[in-house]
Design a protein around this ligand. Sequence first.
Ligand SMILES: [Zn+2]
Length: 157
Amino acid sequence: MTRSDAKRQYWIRWRAAHGRDLALAPIDRRAAAARVAWARRREQFGPTGCSAAAVDRLRDAARARLARQGHPNAKKTHCPRGHKYTAANIYRSAQNRGRQCRACVTLRDHRRKHQKLVAAHVRRLRVAMFAAHPDRGGTSAKFIQARRRYLEAARAA
Ligand SMILES: [Zn+2]
């Protein structure tokens, strides 16, 4: 199960829980009806829109679900990019907050390193372009070449 699968299941559950109420209102009025309902709830119960009892109930239900089924992320077998979560491919932070995909961490590190190198290259080409300007002792042809090299590199970066 990937993250997008988990999200889809979440929305299926959400619609099953709330869709019927929303379906009672005409389509073009659903959003307005929901806003009015939430405004009324906020007036009654404060910023959460839920009574203290309801909050307790939801928290207890969430804890019970966690104890029964484990954490929803534990069901995921692949990272959002599709790498498999194996013992060798999992990185856990010192705080042990969930799993990180080692392949993705490596990819990200490489990408950042690459971006830094490319940025440095573009900066060097820019300096070379300035140096090739006729005002600084270069020629028009050399400046045009240097400018083209700089713009191409900057566009690609
Ligand atoms: Zn990954």
